[in-house]
Design a protein around this ligand. Structure first.
Ligand code: ADP
Length: 447
């Protein structure tokens, strides 16, 4: 096992990794910007080192600073968390060139899956069903219109380098195509430095279903079922659950095996998520994330495994601690994302936490880096906590969520907690009948 692990991240996910390291007896190193000197991950790690000013470009995204931090502290491996450098193939290459271990897949797998066009081609070649769409990139408005006419509207134009819901535009008719196409290109260029786009059939009422996979890098692959992340705002998840309320055990087994086999064939190492849209009983691949996901705790809850522990094991060359046959689902888990945002517009709302109280009791987990008096800096993501509940079945999990939200106190800033109180009043949430458009429609109708 590693002598020391450096965590190239901040916030709740840095804490999450520190916790796994501590249970495994691995010393941890936190890195932080000047704005995060008082952050909880800095306090909780065995060592901490400042890597630059507030701007993430100069700190959490600064490859030279992070490599230097390893040299200075003697860390031999880097856990990237999610976001920041977690899916940056160049970073992984540099880490390896310095004889350090990247806790994640190979640079090559990150590169292949990070480009959505090559990811889709790879998925198809591995036997994974994909959304119907263009063969690769689309290079002109005329070509885009021809594809629209061929597949029928609506279609979605997506930046191949896109992520976080950016670089995607829907065209409902040929008249909308030119603007949608040019906007998606421009967004791809501005946000990711790559203006290549491709086109997919825009599905009308799909659910977002993603399969958690794990590879040991030695040709073995397993799946840990699905998560349903259909409740989204601006293509961003806000409420996630496992298992998916609409997925039968047979469907889970079928799609799970397809994904596990694909991972095995690739020789993939570490945690990954294969994302699908699911409509009328069919799965359609949209992308693969080659890292730990924000919503991984719902999978941990129903399978009773620590996914970060497995990431550390596999990265150090050890086998996974379980086989497919060892895995079985117990109960139902739900996660809600608590953001420092002001409703109804979800405007970021940084500030000082004047009172913080964490809910507890059976089946309640709160992953957060908050504490009384903490100042949420304005420079980073607005996610301040994840409340995860686990129950014997979905109704019990929902009742527990309601109870836990009632105990949670986060004073001093606005949060998305009222959104979840309101959602729990909705019949569709209790019956599980919603698709990826449900939340936006509900919000547009006044919530
Ligand atoms: P990102 O990498 O930005 O997260 P994804 O490709 O994962 O982008 O898509 C994010 C979300 O956008 C999906 O969960 C879904 O809500 C919506 N979406 C993407 N592709 C389609 C499609 N072909 N039809 C309908 N919705 C889509």
């Amino acid at each position: 096992m590693f002598d020391k692990v450096l965590i190239a991240n901040r916030g709740e996910i840095a804490l999450r990794v520190i916790r796994a390291c501590r249970e495994m007896g691995i010393p941890s190193v936190a890195v932080h910007s000047t704005a995060d000197a008082d952050a909880m991950h800095v306090r909780m790690a065995d060592e901490a080192i400042c890597i630059g000013p507030a701007s993430s470009t100069d700190s959490y995204l600064s490859i030279p600073s992070i490599i230097s931090a390893c040299e200075v502290t003697g860390a031999t491996a880097i856990h990237p968390g999610y976001g920041f450098l977690s899916e940056n193939a160049r970073f992984v290459q540099i880490v390896e060139d310095h004889d350090l271990t990247f806790i994640g897949p190979s640079a090559e797998h990150i590169r292949t899956m990070g480009d959505k066009i090559t990811a889709k081609d790879t998925a198809k070649a591995l036997g994974i069903p994909v959304v119907p769409g263009s063969e690769g990139g689309v290079n002109s408005v005329e070509e885009a219109k021809a594809i629209g006419a061929d597949f029928g509207y609506p279609v979605i134009i997506k930046a191949t380098a896109g992520g976080g819901g950016r670089g995607m535009k829907v065209a409902n008719s040929e008249a909308e195509m030119e603007k949608a196409y040019l906007t998606a290109r421009a967004e791809g260029k501005a946000a990711f430095g790559n203006d290549e786009v491709y086109i997919e059939k825009y599905l009308q009422k799909p659910r977002h279903i993603e399969i958690q996979v794990f590879g040991d890098g030695q040709g073995n692959g397993v799946h840990l079922g699905e998560r349903d992340c259909s409740l989204q705002r601006r293509h961003q998840k806000v409420f996630e659950e496992a298992p998916g309320p609409s997925i039968s055990p047979e469907e889970r087994k079928n799609i799970g095996e397809i994904c596990a086999n694909a991972i095995a064939k690739m020789g993939y190492r570490g945690a990954g998520t294969i994302e699908f849209l699911y409509e009328d009983g069919e799965f359609y691949f949209i992308e693969m994330n080659t890292r730990l996901q924000v919503e991984h705790p719902v999978t941990e809850a129903i399978f009773g495994v620590d996914l970060v522990r497995e990431q550390l094991r596999v990265a150090s060359g050890m086998p996974l601690s379980f086989t497919q046959d060892d895995l079985s689902i117990y109960g139902h888990a739900i996660e809600v994302r608590i953001n420092a945002e002001r409703l109804p517009n979800f405007a970021p709302c940084p500030g000082t936490i004047t009172q913080y109280h964490v809910p507890g009791g059976l089946g309640v987990r709160m992953d957060s880096a908050l504490y009384d008096g903490y100042r949420i800096p304005p420079y980073y993501d607005s996610l301040i906590g994840k409340l995860i509940v686990h129950g014997r079945d979905r109704p019990e999990a929902l009742a527990r969520l309601n109870r836990a939200l009632g105990e949670l106190i986060v004073d001093g800033v606005d949060t998305t907690v009222p959104l979840f109180h309101a959602l729990l009043q909705e019949k569709d949430i209790h019956t599980g009948e919603y698709n990826i458009h449900w939340l936006e429609k509900w919000l547009d109708a006044g919530g």
